[in-house]
Design a protein around this ligand. Structure first.
Ligand code: HEC
Length: 147
């Protein structure tokens, strides 16, 4: 089996484990703005590839065709300034991470939108909640930057 197909299967298996995450997020929908939300979402959705500490050493990272970025080095690689807009773009899918080839970094804007849409929140609140969750995630990633 090719490494690419293998990684796709793993990602799908990973996504299939989401129902419990869904329950968690609905349960905490009231305080989605809390500081906890960034870290909780990170551990739930990002750690498999990027690692719990964000160092790019998640459990399925070795099966990816492209190395999951060490998220603690973003500021360092950007002349000491945290690239906030780029991070938001990569996560919600507006920013292309790789010009050629498959995209290994999932598009989270779509997923969070789907998740919020199927929760108790009204349609109108969706976009706002998705933004808040992505902002909380990026706030969290900013806190793990190495100097
Ligand atoms: C299936 C594995 C996987 C998961 C899950 C994942 N990522 Fe990624 N991520 C990657 C890969 C691979 C890259 C490298 C970019 C590429 O595709 O070229 C990346 C790149 C990134 C980057 C870009 C860093 C840069 O170069 O500026 C950010 C930011 C990021 N991920 C954040 C997240 C966040 C936040 C989550 C959780 C919501 C997440 N990732 C979940 C695989 C993953």
């Amino acid at each position: 089996m090719s490494k690419l197909i293998m990684s796709r299967i793993l990602v799908m298996a990973f996504l299939a484990s989401f129902p419990s995450a869904l329950v968690n997020s609905v349960a905490k929908a009231d305080n989605s703005q809390s500081e906890e939300s960034g870290r909780t979402d990170f551990v739930t959705y990002c750690a498999a590839c990027h690692g719990v500490e964000g160092k790019g050493d998640g459990t399925i990272a070795e099966f990816l065709t492209i190395t999951a970025t060490d998220l603690t080095q973003l500021s360092k690689k950007n002349a000491g300034i945290f690239p906030r807009e780029r991070a938001i773009g990569v996560i919600d899918g507006r920013e292309e991470v790789k010009v050629h080839g498959p995209r290994d970094m999932p598009v989270w804007g779509d997923w969070f939108e789907f998740e919020e849409g199927s929760s108790i929140n009204g349609k109108g609140a969706e976009e706002k909640v998705v933004r808040e969750r992505i902002n909380a995630l990026v706030d969290y990633i900013e806190t793990i930057q190495e100097k």
